[in-house]
Design a protein around this ligand. Structure first.
Ligand code: HEC
Length: 183
């Protein structure tokens, strides 16, 4: 008999609880378990109310991308490039061969195949003042700078050449210059 009363009491209690108004929130124990606080890194409030710095880390490169050239097109920029900018490529045979191919497409019409300034456009007097590389105090940084921005009558070649092609040409121009100097 005792058990029957207990069962009746339990059934009544359970039905009372289950008949609660579903539209109202129920009492929650440990509410964080139900409603976690999502961190929206791109949200206006950032994480824990602190704004998130979404700028990539300085020096980060896009996969497959190359560093931007942020030296100014000024005489000071030219000197800075000469003093600081180094060729990231090794002067391997392959690099020099590729540099030669690109040089002969883009540069030799003025500068000549040997870099002595005796290209077709120079011979036909279409351009004046094309130097012999051996007469210029140039290095990898300054050559790259001049490819990027041009110099006086020489125009920029940045848009015609990829990052690697420019540096391959730089190696090749330095080789031509060395050859001219030893002659
Ligand atoms: C349309 C003709 C022409 C073409 C094409 C040309 N150049 Fe020049 N380049 C010149 C002239 C002119 C100068 C002299 C600029 C000056 O110092 O007044 C020069 C100067 C230079 C110098 C010496 C700059 C210095 O610092 O004194 C370098 C290095 C050079 N060119 C490299 C190149 C390379 C590499 C290419 C090919 C990507 C190229 N040039 C294509 C005409 C040309």
């Amino acid at each position: 008999m005792k058990n029957l009363k207990l069962i009746i009491a339990l059934v009544t209690l359970t039905s009372l609880i289950s008949c609660n108004d579903k539209r109202k929130p129920q009492v929650q124990y440990m509410p964080d378990m139900y409603e976690s606080v999502p961190y929206d890194a791109n949200g206006a409030n950032g994480i824990n109310g602190k704004p998130v710095n979404r700028e990539p880390v300085v020096g980060t490169l896009v996969r497959g991308g190359y560093p931007s050239y942020d030296i100014a097109d000024t005489p000071e920029g030219y000197e800075k490039a000469k003093a600081e900018v180094l060729n990231p490529l090794e002067a391997s045979e392959v690099t020099l061969e590729k540099g030669k191919v690109m040089y002969e497409i883009y540069c030799s019409s003025c500068h000549g195949e040997k870099g002595d300034g005796n290209g077709v456009l120079s011979q036909r007097e279409k351009f004046s003042g094309i130097p012999n590389y051996k007469d210029r105090d140039i290095n990898a940084g300054s050559i790259y700078h001049v490819i990027m921005y041009g110099k006086n009558l020489m125009g920029s070649h940045a848009s015609q050449l990829t990052y690697n092609e420019r540096w391959q040409i730089v190696h090749y121009v330095e080789k031509l210059r060395t050859d001219l100097l030893v002659q």
